[in-house]
Design a protein around this ligand. Structure first.
Ligand SMILES: [Zn+2]
Length: 206
């Protein structure tokens, strides 16, 4: 799909459903990809306002600030975002934000998880298996009983998303189909739908 067409779709989605963080996030992300940095700031800030735990949105907002020549606010946003990601157990966004801060010569925050693993001597040790943690809300419990649908993506959802977040996605998925007039029987429609699911459930970097 053409970039401008996508931007326009997401703009409509954000406008039609102003309290839905997914519309604002996707709108801001599309603007960022089009290097419309200054335009991307407001929708990404709105996504964070609606869902302060959305660590990836801080990363994108930091990049939008930086791209529009505002390094100071970019550093502030990435610092905040890295700490949110740390709190949520979102390893990839945390590492990305820490790396960018390092590249900019900014101070990289001290992470809880680093403190925990650095303390040593716990009975669990480093041998403990990596437990379940929801990629969206960060909860360590509430895993689904089984993959919600077949295929690779279904397994990914099962491995990384809690039941509560999955239940939130179902009506959101219906909204996405209606607002973007997706036809799931076409490859483009199915691909867009999956992309929204990945973004909403914060599965992109799992
Ligand atoms: Zn969850």
């Amino acid at each position: 799909m053409e970039q401008n067409q996508r931007i326009e779709q997401f703009r409509q989605m954000a406008e039609a459903d102003p309290d839905n963080e997914l519309g604002h996030f996707s709108f801001g992300k599309a603007l960022l990809e089009a290097e419309r940095f200054a335009d991307a700031v407001a929708p990404l800030a709105r996504a964070i306002e609606l869902r302060p735990a959305m660590s990836k949105a801080y990363q994108l907002l930091g990049q939008a600030y930086d791209g529009s020549g505002n390094r100071e606010q970019a550093v502030e946003m990435l610092t905040k975002g890295a700490l949110v990601a740390d709190e949520q157990g979102d390893v990839m966004p945390r590492e990305t934000m820490a790396r960018i801060l390092g590249e900019w010569g900014a101070e990289v925050p001290v992470f809880k998880s680093a403190e925990a693993s650095g303390s040593g001597g716990s009975a669990e040790g480093s041998a403990s298996a990596e437990g379940f943690r929801c990629s969206r809300c960060g909860r360590p419990d509430g895993q689904l009983a089984k993959p919600p649908f077949k295929g690779e993506l279904g397994t990914k959802v099962f491995d990384h998303v809690c039941n509560g977040c999955w239940q939130e996605w179902i009506p959101m998925g219906t909204k996405v189909i209606n607002e973007l007039s997706l036809v799931l029987s076409t490859p483009e429609g199915a691909q867009s739908y999956d992309q929204y699911m990945l973004e909403f459930l914060q599965l992109e970097e799992c």
